[in-house]
Design a binder for this molecule. Sequence first.
Ligand SMILES: Cc1cc2nc3c(=O)[nH]c(=O)nc-3n(C[C@H](O)[C@H](O)[C@H](O)COP(=O)(O)OP(=O)(O)OC[C@H]3O[C@@H](n4cnc5c(N)ncnc54)[C@H](O)[C@@H]3O)c2cc1C
Length: 317
Amino acid sequence: MSEILVLVEQVEGEVKKVTLELLTLARTLGTPAAVWAGPGITAEAKARLAEYGADKIYVAGSSDLVDHVVAPKAELLAQLVTSASAAAVLVAATAEGKEIAGRLAIKTDSGVITDAVGLGEGFVADQSIFGGGVNVHSKVRKGTPIVAVRPNSTAPVPAAGAGVEEEVSLTLSDAAKATRVVERVKQEKGARPELTEAAIVVSGGRGVGSAENFSVIEGLADALGAAVGASRAATDAGWYPHQFQVGQTGKTVSPQLYIAAGISGAIQHRAGMQTAKTIVAINKDPEAPIFELADYGVVGDLHQVVPQLTEEVNKRK
Ligand SMILES: Cc1cc2nc3c(=O)[nH]c(=O)nc-3n(C[C@H](O)[C@H](O)[C@H](O)COP(=O)(O)OP(=O)(O)OC[C@H]3O[C@@H](n4cnc5c(N)ncnc54)[C@H](O)[C@@H]3O)c2cc1C
């Protein structure tokens, strides 16, 4: 079977969950080949990639791949698309992944699909658009399909691959080195999972009422081992940092469980969470649009409902 290239997302040598999801997806369509871009691959990382089905691991260890912004990774993938006659390329639908996908499409004269939530036979991708109201099935008709898949769209399932390592030497164009990373600032990371990768997200909206009240949302999130999200109304009010905003102009999440508390369900909010597998809404207004989307709804004051829910979850631990 033809190779399906999967661009590895990693932080300090640790393979991110989305890569394991992409490998799982790639296995259903061909032979997964992981592409490691940059120095620092570890034995653990290789073992993890093989564990989830990577038959081959292309390792391009040049520091140019991380010293310059996105363009070198697009050149690396373009080189591999040709040399490996790849059947498709999968990247994570993150800001970086989508930019790489777009650049790669230009370089290989191929079609690109972004924000896919599924990928089936013949590389037909599923996308969920217009606030989840429309499901689109699309297919690339030109070149090598390049698909950016949203994190949490597929459950990662281990199935050992050979994990044969192949070193890739890369000659980058000057254009790819035009922008250079001059500094990296480490973001303070709490104990909670990263918002876009979390299996459970608990979000609060205007109904939370104040910055202090967000401790109610955080309490439930911590009981569930979840990430905290917020609507734009809440972030614009300064109640929660903007980096946690979910929606059209915020982050896109696709968790197994999304709990929306005090959020009305505006289309711009839905755009960032509609592909969650199960949606629970807590809202005191039974007419709130979020209930149209929710799998389970609780009509009530979140300040009463959420602490009770937290208590119940904690009791069962
Ligand atoms: C270009 C553009 C981009 C945007 N991007 C985003 C985006 O990325 N993300 C985003 O979220 N929004 C975005 N918005 C804003 C969006 O249109 C809504 O204004 C916003 O989502 C509303 O947030 P909310 O649901 O928290 O507030 P509201 O719409 O005010 O809803 C608050 C809800 O809380 C309920 N409530 C109040 N008190 C309680 C209580 N005690 N207990 C339970 N329920 C209670 C109310 O019944 C109500 O349903 C965007 C808008 C535009 C124009």
